[in-house]
Write a protein that binds this ligand. Sequence first.
Ligand code: ADP
Ligand code: LRH
Length: 486
Amino acid sequence: SSHDVFAAVDLGASSGRVVVGRVGPDAFDLTEVHRFANRPLRLPSGLHWDIGGLYREILDGLRAAAAHGPRSVGIDTWAVDYGLLDATGALLGLPHHYRDTRTDAVAPAVVEKVGAAELYAANGLQFLPFNTVFQLAAARGGAQPAAADTLLLIPDLIGYWLTGERGAEVTNASTTGLLDVTTRKWSAPMLAAAGVEPSLLPPLRVPGSRIGPLLPEAAEQTGLSGVEVRAVASHDTASAVAGIPARSERFGYVSCGTWSLAGLELPAPVLTEAAREANFTNELGVAGTTRFLRNIMGLWLVQECLRDWGLTDAALPGLLAEAAAAPAFASLIDAGDARYMPPGAMPERIAAHLRETGQPVPEGPEGRGALLRCVLESLALAHRDTLRRACALADREIEVVHLVGGGARNELLCQWTADALGLPVEAGPVEATAIGNIAVQSHAPDSPEDLAHLRALIHRTQGPRRYEPSGDRASWDAAAARLGLR
Ligand code: ADP
Ligand code: LRH
């Protein structure tokens, strides 16, 4: 038929899902067949991903997808984290979670040794303590690295379990710190500087390429037969950006879930001293693009407040109504501050910051709406600052901001991002990541024209909701000034 079916496995930091996409010349329909929570494990050895539990959920999801008859499967997850395999292919221990604090002391030491400018010139990455290169430095001397034969990033590990094939998909490899952002190949100098054996890293693969057919045991457990696994943009943020329903080239984006990843899609990296000082990253995208962006703490702040209060996302509509009724700009935080990175006691950490800076502290259950307002206004200000800086650093102008991911369901955040920037926000799709994953399987875009064509299809079929800027710009300017932001 003129329609083809594909399955996307998309693991976010807060939840995972398996989505089936039916794609045709004028169709792009999604069906979510399985969704599951992603809850980290805290062990004496630190914070880990429950990779076995996640893999079981993936198999269950693929079994549910089998009934739809997918041609292929694509896998994307969060970036930077990895598993180590021994020479027989067995996984050595549970992968660490990027929020584990073991890298905190090590990362600055590596930067000092190699040189911040040298690192940036080679890998183009913003400094984040959890970049793979720093995790490997923290692991050095341990039993697992000593026994390791191959390093696989999380989507590549799942792909290996499904197919037996080892490789490193390039968009996600670009988040490790070990890839040369200009040549798009593993960087021998970075490997040497980090003390990583080149043989630890598997060959690179590009989005759209074939990984391999399912192993018999994977076929048996999922009921999928004659199905292959395809490389997609396996970094979830790269898939989300591929899935943006842009109609103009002049767009900025916020991929807004656990993190807010705010920035621009560019034809080439920006490796200037100014970009390095502003801590902007150059991650690789599909069709030869660069994702020039910065990480903002994102809805993690909300997730961790809810967890502390013993609530779930189901409480959000009520709390958001309270936030809408709370006074504007009463208290503000720096939503880029690394102090919010580890899990635990989020309302208390925010309150401590507000006390330190002499701002009102919303107290008790009655103060939850006000605290949420503080977080969301602060996020909107961080979106504004980051997109304005990105435009200045890349010498670009934008006329619209696409906000995709779970945050697109948050009307206050969408409207306030539009108000703060004085630009329209086009919100959605919520599942841009799964859409980008499926789009790469169906079309393997390898030029900017292909990508634009695909995005037009996504716009026609998954139309975003538009928020026009409104309200009082002067008060957003004043609020930004209070935080020292643009
Ligand atoms: P990730 O992929 O990083 O796990 P998602 O893109 O799935 O994250 O986004 C999850 C977030 O979406 C939640 O933390 C929550 O803040 C937001 N969200 C989910 N449901 C709603 C809702 N009904 N209203 C507003 N926001 C919501
Ligand atoms: C979002 C994300 C982000 C990375 C972080 C580790 O899920 O992949 O792009 O910086 O997780």
